[in-house]
Write a protein that binds this ligand. Structure first.
Ligand SMILES: Nc1ncnc2c1ncn2[C@@H]1O[C@H](COP(=O)(O)OP(=O)(O)OP(=O)(O)O)[C@@H](O)[C@H]1O
Ligand SMILES: [Mg+2]
Length: 739
């Protein structure tokens, strides 16, 4: 199979890893540059374990997008027989944290995000005992403050539950791979090998100075050096990734690059670009952000950031991979996401800004991640990573501190109380620890305890335990430490214990008037909604007004203009109100474009808020059930559905249909189809006369609601189906409307 994929020999890092004993079950930390073939090492170990030992593999990735990428890639193994008549089965799982996913016991390779794996451990999924090999991809994530600790805890737990598990940790080049290896009882393999050689340089004054001493002149026009360099590369047949500091800059640089590239774009490229732009415009709701993107695409340029809805990001990634787009202007998130190489990577700024902290230079680790995107295997003979200097001194500084520098050590971030708290509760709730001593012992096995003094963890654990005890999530029975029913549920619901307290107390407080705003505000108050949406200049008044209009609806004390309530200041309260207000507009069918216009909240952010809110509303429902608030069950359930689809209550029955999102549901409703019963009694032809409903969707609706379709009616409709309608339905389906 490997030969069939066109591989002729192992890459040097792969050879080294195998020599280190990966195929004999040895634990491994493989720190090696981007695209140096780390995945294959994991794949070989996985297959070995599945076929020879009948084991199961868990492949951990930091992002959903990476999990799907691996899932698609690993499908090739589904044709191998692991035993006579039984082929290997591959599954991907992410999202919905409140499930044990028992069905996964039938799969051999399970690809999961770190968070999902953590939630599965909390649900004590029985098949976890069968895992014989775990792969922690992008293990340098451990050093990230908000998401690193989860990975660390998952690995610690897995080692405890499955003492014979083989661990493979894959990482970008880092300084302390050996330290991680020591923690995991693994063999460290570090390499600098790349399939495409990398040239790192710094631009100053018409010239790029490379770290190997070479240099290259860049013809200057009157523009920014970023664009001079980019256009020079495109003229020579390469593609360019520009990393911008912020979303706004990514869009602006895209705009500028697009205006410049327009002049030199060959005619034959235009048609292809038009069809990509068209795809962007016809996918999801039309917004000004999408329009700006489509305009840039027409000239072979795009921007890429987390404010774009994910179907748009997918379109751009695909079009860049096929070479249609020449320049991509992206925020740093792209460097950690799916594999998207370009010949030249331009790092337009090596500084970042953080409110209250000021400007600071990025880490070498981050710089190296940008470099990792340079050079397309098979297409480019070399890759280039270029920093931009404004003075000669700065050029020296950048060469020395980035191009020639070693990446930093990575550090565990598990020590912060906020991140440690949920893991402490989970450890007790799953009975991984049944005494305070046991708890200390469990955390003594983490990377945090390995890097720092294990004693440091003891006092932190004490503080957290008293919080959990005070809030009745854990109880002591002599020496024995147990989670209460509440504590166990909180751990499984995968919410911050502090959020759980806010929700629980809110449910008891009761507003004078309980409405959708009551719940939306309550969840917006929890630390699981993060980062908060702070009001923009000029938005205060509008939010203040909204807050006053709903003053009888809050399920907690709220602060006055000057002063605070339970430590929440008025400013923070308005940030909660802003979140609640955006969600309120969303469930009342305000368009994405209008939300963008009024609140500067972009479609990608709305989608993330929808995800989180839905999950918190699920938690609210579950806690309402646990504490016996029967009257709150229906409203929280309905709100959850409305939130997931962005609709008013009257559309809830319609959006439950596959293929029907909020726009089409509204269209059906306005045409007089208000219930599934109404749909059952109409013909396919009737349905097709509704705006936005094409023949295949009409058929799909009929299939779901029941009722007859006459064969001859269907045949005649099918022949009329224009190809373009099918096309647009396909894109709707991909974007997951109503699925
Ligand atoms: N021995 C080989 N011969 C030819 N191509 C290979 C070989 N091994 C891997 N590749 C190809 O190299 C590419 C990069 O491999 P891989 O995704 O494993 O990189 P990686 O080391 O995990 O990088 P990253 O840090 O980006 O995750 C893949 O497209 C893979 O198909
Ligand atoms: Mg990889």
């Amino acid at each position: 199979m490997i030969a069939k994929s066109g591989y002729e020999a192992l890459y040097p890092p792969q050879e080294e890893a195998i020599k280190a004993g990966v195929l004999h079950g040895k634990n491994l930390v493989l720190a090696s540059p981007t695209a140096s073939g780390k995945t294959l090492v994991a794949e070989l170990a996985i297959l070995k374990s599945i076929i020879e030992k009948g084991g199961k593999a868990l492949y951990l990735t930091p992002l959903r997008a990476l999990a799907s990428e691996k899932y698609e890639d690993f499908q090739k193994y589904a044709e191998i027989e692991k035993s006579p008549g039984r082929k290997i089965r591959v599954a991907v799982t992410s999202g919905d944290y409140d499930r044990a996913d028992i069905y996964l016991e039938n799969y051999d390779i399970i690809i999961s995000t770190n968070e999902k794996a953590d939630s599965l451990l909390r649900h004590r999924s029985p098949w976890i005992a069968d895992i014989s090999v775990v792969v922690a991809d992008e293990v340098h994530l451990i050093t990230e403050a908000d998401r690193g600790p989860t990975l660390e805890v998952v690995l610690t737990r897995l080692r405890k539950t499955n003492p014979h598990i083989q661990i493979l940790a894959l990482s970008a080049t880092i300084k302390n791979a050996a330290e991680i290896a020591e923690w995991l009882n693994a063999i460290p393999v570090t390499t600098e090998w790349r399939p495409v050689p990398l040239r790192e340089g710094v631009y100053f004054h018409d010239e790029i100075q490379f770290k190997d001493g070479a240099s290259r002149i860049i013809p200057r026009s009157d523009t920014n050096p970023v664009f001079d360099t980019a256009l020079d590369v495109v003229r020579q047949g390469g593609q360019v990734l520009i990393f911008a500091e912020t979303r706004r800059l990514a869009v602006e640089m895209g705009k500028k690059a697009s205006a410049l590239l327009r002049r030199s774009l060959p005619k034959q490229d235009r048609r292809g670009l038009e069809s990509i732009a068209q795809r962007v415009l016809s996918t999801g709701e039309r917004t000004r952000l999408g329009d700006t993107l489509a305009e840039q695409i027409l000239n072979g340029v795009a921007f890429h950031h987390a404010g774009l809805p994910s179907p748009h990001r997918r379109i751009i990634e695909d079009s860049f991979k096929t070479g249609r787009l020449k320049i991509l202007s992206a925020t740093p998130t792209l460097a950690a996401g799916v594999n998207l190489p370009a010949r030249t990577v331009i790092i337009s700024s090596y500084e970042r800004y953080e409110p209250g902290y000021g400007r600071y230079p990025i880490s070498v680790l981050e710089y190296k991640q940008f470099c990792g995107r340079a050079g397309r295997p098979k297409y480019d003979k070399f890759g280039e990573a270029i920093l931009i200097a404004r003075t000669e001194d700065e050029q020296d500084y950048l060469l020395k501190n980035y191009a020639l520098a070693e990446p930093e050590r990575i550090w565990s971030k598990l020590g912060a109380e906020k991140v440690l708290r949920p893991h402490v509760l989970a450890t007790i709730a799953t009975r991984f620890a049944t005494t305070e001593e046991g708890l200390v012992n469990f955390f003594a096995n983490t990377f945090y305890a390995f890097q720092y003094d294990p004693k440091m963890i003891r006092s932190k654990l004490g503080d957290i335990l008293s919080f959990l005890h005070r809030e009745q999530m854990v109880e002591f029975n002599g020496e024995e430490l147990r989670a209460t029913k509440f504590g166990r549920r909180v751990s499984e619901l995968y919410i911050d214990p502090v959020s759980a307290v806010i929700l629980r107390d809110g449910l008891y407080t009761r507003a004078k008037n309980v409405t959708e705003v009551s719940f939306l505000h309550l969840i917006s108050r929890t630390p699981d909604i993060s980062p908060k949406l702070y009001p923009r200049r000029g938005e205060d008044e509008m939010l203040d007004l909204f807050a006053k209009e709903h003053e009888n609806e809050y399920m907690c004390e709220t602060p006055e203009y000057y002063g605070d309530a339970n430590g929440v200041t008025y400013e923070e309260f308005l940030a909660e109100i802003k979140c609640a207000r955006v969600m309120y507009e969303w469930i009342n069918e305000t368009t994405e474009d209008a939300i963008l216009e009024t609140h500067r909240v972009e479609p990608g952010d709305i989608m993330r808020m929808v995800d989180t809110s839905q999950w918190l509303l699920h938690a609210t429902y579950q806690l309402a059930e646990l504490f016996g608030h029967k009257d709150l069950l229906r409203p929280t359930y309905e709100l959850q559905v409305r939130c997931s689809k962005g609709v008013k209550a009257e559309l809830v029955p319609l959006v439950e249909l596959d293929g029907v999102g909020r726009v089409r549901a509204r269209s059906l409703f306005n045409a007089g189809y208000r219930t599934l019963e109404d749909l059952k009694h109409c013909s396919v032809t009737d349905l097709m006369s509704v705006p936005l409903i094409g023949p295949s969707l009409a058929k799909r609706i009929k299939e779901q609601v029941g009722g007859l379709i006459k064969a001859e009616e269907w045949e005649s409709l099918k022949s009329k189906t224009a190809e373009s309608t099918e096309q647009s339905l396909l894109t709707d389906y991909r974007k997951g409307e109503g699925s």
